[in-house]
Write a protein of this length. Structure first.
Length: 438
């Protein structure tokens, strides 16, 4: 917490909107930002202190919590709300003069940008604090990217024409494909001008673990590989505690799958794109009457009548690096007229090395894979909260450095409020960002 030392003018019990301010007060109490505050204050030195560093920082956090889309909106709220000014740490005796000017906020945000490393460190510190308090926090990770549209026009090459343009953003395109219930294909193409926020979240608690901001055109799989590499180098404890890594088809990549399992012992649960030009099934290497499809489904074909049946998944044998599949007739008690002629007595093994993209340690054909993949929607819900609770659907941010700082602050508030809920034993409210405590 950025501690403010000043005399209290009245009791908080007299404030009618205490419930609305309580969540912000909780954030200030539990946010471990003292290191950042000391660094910023040291940078100011013995210069003018018309607007204290800690009070401005707290008011920036208030702007995020209360969903103000601009600094001017925040300033109007501070002028109207004396209780909020006091909670932030501004001198109430100065009245409206205590509210920082627009230039003061501009200078403070520039100061924050120069200490972006400390903002990222504050994010990492909160992740670690939650990891120590929440059981199994970080065991199931999910990754996805979020489009952030820019409201500013594309910057002109002639800088003298319009300085308000967006020069760091570019155009992004995402294509979504699938099949309807009747088997007919569908395709939706989404394009935007702006940025991408790439998130790795805990899929159980729906809280962020790592983030990166790029131009909209950045490849999801390239950034995904880089984020895993960065975690391995700078925050290895995150990968050491992870057991599953979930992603949609945008992260379907053999190198990433191999890196997760071979390098970190994390089971990839990543959807697969259909890269087969011809539909059907292919023979499993070395098996005369066993085939598989591109999704990892394994089938046996009775040797005489050639009846196709899905084989029962029997588990992953880590020491052998193979997936075990059982005879469906024996496992499910089915009638098979060709049973005596079939060479499969009980089960077969498929070495995952035969195709690392299709055959993964958690078999794609297993019920466990399907259940785990459903949890990937957690990252979508985190993205939705960023839009609804933090105003990323409508923003006035220009420049990738400012966007990265703004995303970092929003995620810090998200983690800080979750940390406060945990410290107050309000576990059921750790995802609550807007609703006040009853």
């Amino acid at each position: 917490m950025a501690i403010i030392s000043q005399r209290q003018l009245f009791s908080w019990k007299e404030i009618e909107n205490l419930a609305d301010l309580e969540r912000f007060s909780m954030l200030l109490e539990y946010l471990p930002d003292e290191g950042l505050m000391k660094t910023l204050e040291a940078g100011r030195g013995k210069g003018r202190d018309d607007y204290p560093i800690r009070a401005i920082w707290n008011s920036i956090l208030a702007g995020i919590v209360y969903q103000h889309q601009s600094i001017e909106s925040l300033r109007r709220e501070l002028m109207r709300n004396a209780q909020l000014r006091q909670l932030c740490g501004f001198d109430l005796l100065k009245g409206l003069d205590a509210v920082p000017s627009s230039n003061a906020y501009t200078n403070f945000l520039k100061l924050l940008l120069s200490h972006s490393v400390l903002i990222e460190q504050l994010f990492c510190d909160l992740v670690e604090k939650l990891r120590e308090l929440l059981p199994r926090f970080g065991e199931v990770l999910a990754i996805d990217s979020k489009a952030i549209k820019s409201r500013a026009p594309r910057a002109s090459r002639n800088k003298n024409i319009d300085a308000r343009g967006e020069g760091d953003a570019d155009k992004g395109v995402k294509t979504y494909k699938g099949k309807r219930k009747d088997g007919s294909p569908w395709e939706t193409i989404k394009s935007w001008f702006g940025f991408k926020l790439h998130l790795v979240v805990d899929a159980e608690y729906e809280l962020p673990m790592a983030y990166r901001v790029t131009k909209a055109s950045a490849s999801d799989i390239t950034v995904g590989r880089e984020m895993v590499k960065d975690l391995a180098s700078n925050r290895p404890v995150v990968l050491e505690s992870a057991k599953f890594f979930l992603g949609d088809k945008a992260y379907d990549d053999t190198d990433l799958i191999m890196k997760l399992w071979d390098g970190h012992g994390i089971k990839p649960v990543i959807d697969i794109r259909d890269l087969w030009k011809i539909d059907g099934a292919r023979a499993v290497h070395g098996q005369s009457n066993v085939s598989h499809d591109y999704k990892g489904g394994v089938y046996c074909h009775s040797p005489v009548k050639w009846i196709k049946r899905p084989m029962a998944f029997g588990g992953f044998e880590k020491d052998r690096g193979s997936l075990k599949y059982r005879c469906p007739a024996k496992h499910y008690g089915l009638d098979c007229a060709d049973r005596e002629q079939c060479w499969i007595s009980d089960s077969i093994r498929i070495d995952i090395e035969s195709n690392r993209r299709i055959f993964t340690p958690l078999a794609r054909s297993s019920y466990k894979w399907k259940e785990m993949y459903k949890k990937r929607s957690a990252v979508e819900r985190v993205n939705s909260r960023l839009d609804e609770s933090f105003g990323f659907e409508k923003h006035f941010i220009r420049g990738i450095n400012k966007m990265e700082a703004r995303c970092g602050l929003a995620l810090i508030v998200m983690l800080g409020m979750a940390y406060g809920r945990v410290k107050q034993k309000q576990y059921e409210r750790i995802r609550s960002l807007v609703t006040s405590v009853a």
